[in-house]
Design a protein. Sequence first.
Length: 446
Amino acid sequence: MIVSPSRAALSTADTGFFLADRPTLVDLFVFEDPGGIDRAAVEQWVSERLDRSPLLTHRVVPVPGFLDHPRWVPARVDVTRHVSVEEYSGEGWAALGETLTRMTADGLRRDVPPWRLSVFTGVTGVAGLPERAVVVALQIHHCAIDGLGVGHLLRALFGTVPAPRWRLGSRVPWWIAAPARFPLLVTRLAAAAVRLGVETRRRPSAPKPASPHTRLNGRADGGRAHRFLPFTVPELKITAKALGPYTINDLWIAMVAGALRAYLLEKEELPASSLAAHVPLSLRGDGPPVGNLVANMVVDLRTDLDDPRARLAAIADTVRRERVLLGRVGRRQMAVLDAVPAPALRRLVRRADARRAAASADAPRHTNTVVSNVPRGAADLEFLGLPVRTTMSLLEVFDGRGLSHVAASIGDEMTLTVTCDTGMMPDVDHYVDLLAKEYAVLRALT
């Protein structure tokens, strides 16, 4: 069964990521390594699954003069340009993080579909993983899909049950579609802006204050480091429930808040006012798993509070209020954004880039870090007949945000990944220790 096709062109949010060029989403699955996995076997496995998602067989092409948003077009896929297999030579979490840093350094090519599958065999010495593991990393450009959408793609690629089929693209050329779309976009933009304005006046919300500058919010011109902290979902649920009416997401954010407070206190750099975090909230419905449908909650981390229990309660209250607010206006904000014509968007992006480049390193920021949570569903996925053991995700860091956190789960296994700019945080291993200690503090309160 084929569901309704997606649009042929990128949305405004997607185009913003396309213009940024480098941002990629990286998700990893871990399997037990039986030995003998070679490139030919992996290439055949991928080739047999190319029809499971149009994202694997289409590439993104800008239209001349950027008169319309970039479009999805079919592409001939040479799996040898998308697949790599490498025998792992390091040992431990730190070495795995360094391997992933090298893997993501070059971004993704634009002349082929925007994805790459990297397989690392013989991974040893990593606590929480099989004694000898295979790590499979899927990179995909953020212009194609968001974090929750990647979950659908992963289940289509690694699943044993066929996923719903859907299509990309259109047979209508851009030079016919774009002129026809332009007056519709202008009309949609005006209508969406009016609806959003009415909703905002009916239920106004206070503007978000700028967050204080910290050492983690400067120029991202250092190296990159990834570190990993494994947990189990049942224990996290028990802990959150024992502490009060809280979710695992509340617990993650509180852990990050406590660790950041401790880290900056040690440096004698804790601001008097509270830090804040971006926490993505999916607006994805039942449509095809493509594009970016995410709003960002701005969560006060209450790093001004010393009591971890009070901090958790305050964070959970902020999250609830942000969910209500974005549930009310988030889709209308997306509708306004999605009606911006491509030429206007490119000008806006260029101006924003110029302002960021000219801004001082200590310019005010709306948030200091990001905390994301991406569930991947049941542990019923496989690779070359091997059952999945756990999963991880990576987030980018950039100017103004040199530290990110993302928790990924599959079945009962969950891993928190910390990514940082090493110029801003040279002692990431110590910060990961502080995260573990903060979790122990919260557990001790139950």
